[in-house]
Design a protein around this ligand. Structure first.
Ligand SMILES: Cc1cc2nc3c(=O)[nH]c(=O)nc-3n(C[C@H](O)[C@H](O)[C@H](O)COP(=O)(O)OP(=O)(O)OC[C@H]3O[C@@H](n4cnc5c(N)ncnc54)[C@H](O)[C@@H]3O)c2cc1C
Ligand code: FES
Length: 239
């Protein structure tokens, strides 16, 4: 069990939970979180927002019973963290201009991604594009992790980015947002590969139950084990 250090309401149903957890979590990975004994039956997958080896932070939005329970937790209480799981965002040592695009709670994995890309290659530029339907959250932190931060409220974050200005683009958010971004990349003819982090519903989180599979150019794949990060062309280039 991990001790909760902080569980802060940020507004618009968003919370930031920090827990004591020795870890080697990488950008784009997720944990299965649980703060109850029997019900709901399943643990809930939540992306790593930030991790420093001793603590992990999670950005989550209350949408149902599990996340409501998370929101009721207080500092000093405990939460079960199983992870980190999944293949996160790739290393991109030779990419100089990187764009991170997030919509809604899909912004969660992009903070650690921005920080990590800057650390891995200090000469690369990282631009972060965030889309919110309501009041933006954590923009100070995202600003610190980016060379340039663009925030869209109530519109389409995919309108804000020129795919041709980048060497690699990474996205997380609603499937429709990532599909539109993929189509924009194809239409503009950018050479930049697009990586998408899929958030299919999960049960086991470890590749055992097949609940999370998605159709790809290479057959059905398990989002929890083979992903959650895939090439956009693998997932959206097949219809
Ligand atoms: C790899 C991965 C990473 C994720 N990272 C985060 C994160 O960092 N922060 C965060 O807030 N959420 C994240 N999610 C989504 C999160 O797991 C769900 O919101 C959560 O499980 C909902 O649990 P609940 O019991 O509160 O809601 P439920 O009662 O289970 O569902 C409430 C409503 O939310 C919808 N819903 C539930 N899960 C999903 C999903 N995966 N995609 C779309 N709609 C869903 C349901 O259809 C329902 O309408 C992630 C999901 C995956 C698979
Ligand atoms: S959630 Fe069980 S196989 Fe992915």
């Amino acid at each position: 069990m991990a001790k909760i250090l902080e569980n802060k309401a940020l507004g618009e149903g968003f919370y930031l939970l920090a827990a004591e957890e020795k870890n080697r979590a990488q950008k784009g990975q997720f944990y299965m979180l649980r703060a109850w004994e029997h019900y709901p039956v399943l643990s809930r997958p939540i992306s790593v927002y930030d991790a420093d080896g001793e603590t992990v932070r999670f950005l989550y939005k209350v949408v149902g019973q599990g996340t409501e329970i998370f929101a009721s937790l207080r500092a000093g209480e405990e939460i079960a963290l199983d992870g980190p799981h999944g293949n996160g965002f790739p290393k991109l040592p030779d990419k100089k201009r990187i764009a991170l695009v997030g919509g809604g709670v899909g912004i969660a994995p992009l903070y650690l991604a921005g920080k990590s890309y800057k650390k891995e290659n200090p000469v690369c530029t990282v631009d972060i594009y965030l889309g919110f339907s309501g009041q933006p959250v954590l923009t100070d932190e995202f600003e610190a992790a980016a060379d340039h931060l663009s925030v869209n409220v109530g519109g389409f974050v995919t309108d804000d980015i020129d795919p041709c200005a980048y060497d690699a683009i990474l996205a997380c958010g609603p499937t429709i947002m990532m599909k539109v971004l993929y189509e924009k990349c194809v239409k503009t003819g950018t050479d930049a590969p697009l990586y998408v982090s899929m958030e299919n519903r999960m049960a086991c989180g470890i590749g055992a139950c097949l609940v999370c599979t998605c159709k790809t150019a290479h057959g059905r794949k398990k989002v929890c084990k083979d992903g959650p990060v895939f090439l956009g062309s693998e997932v959206f280039g097949i219809e």
